[in-house]
Ligand binder design. Structure first.
Ligand code: SAM
Length: 297
């Protein structure tokens, strides 16, 4: 088994909002390294259940060493949350709390077979789960120039999108772009050095955009939020931790629309961010935004 490393972000805050009851039912929609699930499980009694989902088989393989009879672990996309609940509980049940911690884990970023990082010479895949047909390799080598430009601009909020898309198309005519190191170099070469960030790799925004397109992340999130909020018991909370402004905007708008329906309330008007102490020890926590929706009727 590969080493699976991930430090959970805003763990204390997430657990506080889930307010775990000994006999409650909870969903962790993004198991990852199991940080949230382990904590939830430790607070449950014999009648409590934690259903944890992840698209990545590596996450489940890692969690098998911690699994107890209170855990149900499912390898699937959280977009299928309704179906997953029905299949695993054999009837429609409602939950005391649901959490989703979006994006990718540190273990996935480090996995050479995935191509999420900038210096990987082996692959250009970026799928959260098992191999898919239209992975990043396919997108980069087949999308039309304007399509690449649009996703880089929209999902990456990258001001150099036009230049980057042009450079990708120019380079792929010579040779297929088949690993993330090559792609990161092509992207960097499209941005004048004086505009390179001191803090992050120049390819960061474009990689993020391609990952979001590969995994259809924004559409999936919209469907998940609707179905997850309908699975809450009265008094139960949906906690979402996001790392990207577009994701946070989707969560914010969705929560607002639910509040207007009269059956839900916003637990925190502004998103919570990680403490200074946490961001000092875990740079990933810097961009985290936590929002909570509570079912009141
Ligand atoms: C940031 S990590 C979660 C870390 C986790 N909270 C922990 O404490 O270790 C995000 C996880 O969500 C998974 N993921 C992302 N999108 C998903 C989706 N649509 N369905 C299921 N899992 C998904 C990724 O594979 C990854 O393992």
């Amino acid at each position: 088994m590969k080493n699976y490393f991930h430090t959970p972000v805003m763990l204390e805050e997430v657990i506080k909002f889930l307010d775990v009851k000994v006999d409650g039912n909870y969903i962790d929609a993004t198991l990852g390294g199991g940080g949230y699930t382990k904590k939830i499980t430790s607070l449950l009694g014999d009648d409590g259940r934690a259903l944890s989902i992840d698209l990545d088989p590596l996450s489940l393989e890692n969690f098998s060493q911690f699994k107890t009879k209170k855990n149900i672990v499912v390898n699937d996309n959280f977009v299928n949350i309704k179906k997953i609940v029905l299949e695993n509980f054999k009837k429609q049940i409602f939950f005391d709390g649901i959490v989703a911690d979006l994006g990718l884990s540190s273990a996935q970023l480090d996995d050479e077979e995935r191509g999420f990082s900038f210096n990987n010479e082996k692959s250009l895949d970026m799928a959260f789960g098992p191999k898919i047909e239209n992975d990043t390799f396919w997108i980069v080598n087949n999308y039309k120039q304007f399509e690449l430009e649009n996703i880089i601009k929209e999902y990456g909020e990258e001001p150099w999108a036009k230049k980057i898309a042009g450079r990708i198309v120019e380079e792929r005519k010579k040779n297929k772009i088949d690993n993330s190191k090559k792609l990161a170099e092509i992207i960097s070469s499209a941005i004048p050095k004086k505009f390179w960030s001191k803090r992050i790799n120049p390819a960061t925004k474009t990689f993020q955009a391609l990952r979001m397109e590969t995994n259809n992340e924004l559409d999936v999130l919209g469907i998940f939020l609707e179905d997850a909020s309908n699975l809450l018991k009265v008094g139960g909370c949906l906690v979402v931790v996001s790392f990207h402004s577009l994701e946070d905007r989707i969560v914010k708008r969705f929560f607002k629309s639910k509040k207007e329906s009269g059956n839900f309330e916003l637990v925190n008007k502004k998103p919570l961010v990680a403490t200074e102490n946490e961001t000092k020890n875990n740079s990933r926590a810097r961009s985290a935004k936590l929002r909570v929706l509570k079912r009141i009727k």
